[in-house]
Design a protein around this ligand. Structure first.
Ligand code: HEM
Length: 405
């Protein structure tokens, strides 16, 4: 059986694990999803190709090193989790969609280099609204609304975001970098600082920095918040099915395995899209003519029975995967555009004798809830988003019970 079918006279759809693995690594397939969303995506990392992409990625990669993640995991992430979780846990109830969104927004703002001035919930919610609008702009290719209207709304939102958040953040960093009394170790560890410091080498102006930061806000937040809610959902349902094994959730590494399995089953971006720059020959010998679009179905490839087994569609945290395959499948993409935040969110797969294991933001957030006896609210069942075909929850009410320290 082949996983390829031609949608129209040019688009090629790939659905098998190996096909996607190959296509992500073809250097002559360039990003094909964001041209329509140029209002917010033009010249951002995900939209760049070739040497321009390589240069930008090299600069930003320095920030997303394992050592930085371990530092973030030791202080920044627990601090941000505490700030959002403590009040709702004390109250004994929460909506995980709201809780996840707010926590992750604050974390993403920190990583992107967007300062919160007041630190209030209203400010976080304002950032969230901006991120949602930028996300709508990025995915203009899929919009069912008038594209010109969406473009105008996104452009207006970018202007307000610039005034409210970007300008103060940019000016603070520019002043810090110009101050000889400030040592390099004291510079903020975030994307905006890295861009300002390397602006000459990267040949970028303030507008590109504004869009890059706006892109980060949405790239880092919605996907992580969704992974968090789906993780709690799958875990609670698994524990209900296996009460005799629920004690395993006290083990951080088991929680991380659960999250990896959730990431595989519920990829935040169900598809990636590329366009052939020149004629491309896939590993199986097929030829993709120049200009052809390639649709990569991540959700289907992540459930490929040849790689993940006959029960690939089921949640099984004890699933083993073939060597060379990540437990989350293609959820974080691969090749040149592989997600830069992958280890920040999902951590690293534990290896024998490793000294540098990272648990990841999502497992840390889920662990915090489990420690406080998270359970479904019997009077208020979770609800999936009604206005979207995507696999997202609109609300997920929970209660907290037992506390295990
Ligand atoms: C569960 C969480 C996440 C998922 C599922 C996810 C998924 C993805 C995917 C599939 C891509 C590649 C898209 C393509 O090839 O067309 C990507 C790229 C990217 N992601 Fe993530 N992401 C997540 C979290 C994050 C976080 C937390 C950040 C940053 C704070 C982030 C920043 C980026 C960036 C900058 C790129 C572009 C990389 C490049 O083009 O070189 N992501 N992500």
């Amino acid at each position: 059986m082949t996983g390829t079918n031609i949608l129209d006279d040019s688009t090629v759809t790939l659905t098998r694990y190996q096909e996607l693995w190959d296509a992500f690594r073809q250097r002559e397939l360039r990003q094909g999803l964001y041209t329509a969303g140029g209002v917010v995506m033009r010249d951002t990392l995900l939209d760049l190709h070739g040497s321009d992409h390589q240069l930008r990625r090299r600069v930003e990669n320095r920030l997303f090193r394992r050592g930085t993640f371990r530092t973030w995991e030791a202080d920044l992430v627990p601090e941000i989790i505490d700030e959002a979780f403590t009040p709702v846990i004390a109250r004994g109830a929460a909506d995980l969609v709201l809780l996840g969104t707010r926590t992750v927004m604050n974390l993403t703002a920190k990583v992107a280099g967007v300062d919160r001035v007041t630190g209030s919930v209203r400010e976080t919610d304002a950032l969230q609204e901006f991120a949602t609008k930028f996300s709508e702009g990025a995915t203009l290719i899929h919009t069912t609304r008038d594209p010109d209207v969406v473009r105008a709304e996104v452009s207006e939102a970018l202007g307000r975001f610039d005034e409210m958040f970007f300008t103060p953040s940019y000016e603070r960093r520019t002043a810090l970098l110009a101050d000889p009394a400030v040592a390099e170790e004291e510079y903020p560890k975030d994307v905006l600082t890295a861009l300002i410091r390397n602006r000459e080498e990267l040949r970028i102006d303030r507008d590109v920095m504004l869009r890059e930061v706006a892109f980060y806000l949405q790239a880092g937040s919605h996907s992580t918040a969704n992974a968090f809610t789906h993780s709690v959902d799958e875990i609670l349902r698994w524990a209900e099915r296996h009460p005799d094994r629920a004690h395993r959730l006290d083990d951080d590494l088991f929680v991380q395995r659960c999250v990896h399995e959730v990431l595989r089953l519920h990829p935040a971006s169900p598809e990636a899209r590329r366009q052939a720059v020149t004629e491309v020959t896939l590993r199986d010998g097929r030829s993709i003519p120049a200009g052809t679009f390639v649709r990569m179905d991540i959700k289907a490839a992540n459930a490929d029975p040849e790689v993940f087994g006959a029960d690939a569609a089921a949640f099984d945290p004890d699933r083993t995967v073939p060597s060379g395959v990540q437990p989350w499948g293609h959820t974080f993409g691969g090749g040149m555009h592989a997600c830069i935040g992958m280890e920040l969110d999902g951590g690293t797969v534990p290896k024998e004798g490793e000294a540098e294991h990272v648990l990841g933001t999502v497992p840390l957030m889920v662990r915090e809830l489990l420690r406080h006896g998270v359970r479904l609210d019997p009077a208020n069942p979770p609800v999936k988003e009604s206005h979207s075909s995507r696999d997202h929850f609109g609300s997920y009410p929970v209660l907290f019970g037992r506390e295990v320290s």
